[in-house]
Design a protein around this ligand. Structure first.
Ligand SMILES: *Cc1c(COP(=O)(O)O)cnc(C)c1O
Length: 229
C-alpha cells in the first residue's frame, strides 16, 4: 500500500472510532482531501484509495489541476474566495465552503443563474473571532443566512464551516466545534425557507477527531494524507 493509501486508511479508522465514542457524531463523514500544493498524480493516487472529494483553497490551483484529476471527483473551494474569481470556478465546484459576505453571494448568485444552477455553499463562521481569519462573527450569522436565502435564489445554503485556531492540544478547540454545532441546530429550529443544514465542515489534520466527536460531517484534511507542505 502506498503512503497515501495507508494514511487514508488510518484517518478513516480514527473517524470511525470517534463516531463510536460520540453520541452526536454523524454516521456519514466525508473525508475531504485538501490538495493545495499537491500535484495531480498524487491526488489521483488518493482517489485510488477511495477519496471522492478534494478541497482547494486557491482558485488558480484548482483550475490548473481540474482537468488532470479523475472526473469522478468532486471539487470543493475551501479558502477565501475573491469576488472577481468566482467566474473561474462556478461551473467546476460542487460546494463552496467560504461564503462570508454579501458581495460574494451576489456574484455567486449571478454566475449560478447564468447556467441555471443553484450553487451549494456553506457559510463560514469565525467562531473563535480571530482577527486573522475570514468568516462571519457568530452574532451576525443568522441574519446573514436569512438575508442570503431571501435575496439570492441561485444560492443554496447547505450548512456551516469553521476553521479552528491552531493549538497544541485539540481539546482546547472543542468548544469552537460545539458552538458551530449549536448554531446549526438553532438555524434548523428557525426553519428558514430554502436553507438546509446538511453539512458541518470542521476539523483539519490537527483537530479532526475532536471535530467529528462534536458533529462534523465534512473534515478537511491535507497534511495527514499528503505529508507536510
Ligand atoms: C489547508 C487547509 C486545510 C487542511 O489543513 P491540514 O492541517 O493540512 O489538514 C483545511 N481547511 C482549509 C480552509 C485549509 O486552507
Amino acid at each position: 500500500m502506498s503512503d497515501i493509501g495507508a494514511a487514508i486508511e488510518k484517518i478513516k479508522s480514527k473517524i470511525k472510532e470517534a463516531q463510536g465514542r460520540s453520541p452526536v457524531a454523524p454516521t456519514d463523514v466525508l473525508l475531504l482531501a485538501v490538495t493545495k500544493t499537491v500535484d495531480a498524480d498524487r491526488i489521483n493516487e488518493a482517489v485510488k484509495w477511495g477519496i471522492k472529494a478534494v478541497g482547494e483553497n486557491r482558485v488558480q490551483e484548482l483550475v490548473e489541476k481540474y482537468d488532470q484529476v479523475s472526473p469522478n471527483v468532486d471539487w470543493h473551494l475551501i479558502g477565501h474566495l475573491q469576488t472577481n474569481k468566482v467566474k473561474y470556478i462556478f461551473d467546476k465546484v460542487t460546494l463552496i465552503h467560504s461564503l462570508d459576505r454579501i458581495s460574494l453571494a451576489k456574484e455567486i448568485n449571478k454566475r449560478a443563474a447564468q447556467i441555471g444552477k443553484r450553487m451549494p455553499v456553506l457559510v463560514q463562521v469565525n467562531v473563535a473571532d480571530e482577527d486573522t481569519k475570514f468568516g462571519l462573527a457568530p452574532a451576525d450569522t443568522i441574519d446573514f443566512v436569512r438575508k442570503v436565502s431571501a435575496t439570492f435564489p441561485n444560492i443554496h445554503i447547505k450548512g456551516l464551516m469553521t476553521i479552528a485556531p491552531l493549538v497544541d492540544d485539540p481539546e482546547k478547540v472543542r468548544p469552537v466545534f460545539r458552538e458551530l454545532r449549536e448554531m446549526r441546530e438553532e438555524i434548523l429550529r428557525l426553519k428558514i425557507e430554502g436553507v438546509d443544514m446538511d453539512f458541518l465542515s470542521m476539523g483539519m489534520t490537527n483537530d479532526y477527531v475532536v471535530a467529528v466527536e462534536e458533529g462534523a460531517n465534512i473534515v478537511r484534511i491535507g497534511s495527514a494524507i499528503f505529508g507536510q507542505r
